[in-house]
Design a protein around this ligand. Sequence first.
Ligand SMILES: [Zn+2]
Length: 233
Amino acid sequence: MATLCKWVNSLFRLLFPHRCVVCNNLLTDDEKVLCQSCNLHLPRTNLHLQKDNEVEKLLWGKIDIVRATSYFYYTKGSGYRQLLHQLKYEGRKDIAQDIGYTLGQELANDGFFQDIDLIIPIPLHRRKHRSRGYNQSLEIGKGISQATGIRMETKCVARLRNTTSQTSKSTYERWENVSGIFVLRQPERLENQHILLLDDVMTTGATITACADALKSVPGIRISVLTLALAGK
Ligand SMILES: [Zn+2]
């Protein structure tokens, strides 16, 4: 049976070859989202290995966190932009899950997920969720959850407003845009838990901070932060 599955899979790959999202080269059976070379050159931040790193500094004085990091640096001209674009706007849930799984494994090896109880992906407003068909952060979370065994919690935080895109806004406007947009549901389920807030991109930290603001009143809660990409480098 296993041989048959492998054979069908190979035939499928022959008919519909997978390509690297960054360089568009054909992928081998062992490669998932990125080819070996693009994976090797992915601009990993490795900030989880640094105390008081730049992601943590973005959040200093705004929210109390245990630890925070981003997986890779995201710059406008870089080919790695495709990775984010595809998983966010082109319906490639599979990319989000695969990259989530990979980063989950890598960061777990370095102990980043130590004593984290729950992963909370930053929710989309339900209208946006419906029009896109999925929440990219939740899909990344599925991969991390699979790699680490940490449960995801998606019912306790809701987004009240559908904010306009943050990309064209100044820093001040970004903070104004997201302030007070998240609300807590069933907060008792989060009591005394160490939660990991998960988002796709961190720019100023405004969205993460707004979400953490909604959570901070929960007794005994501790918050860590992880984003797939860190913008502006
Ligand atoms: Zn490639």
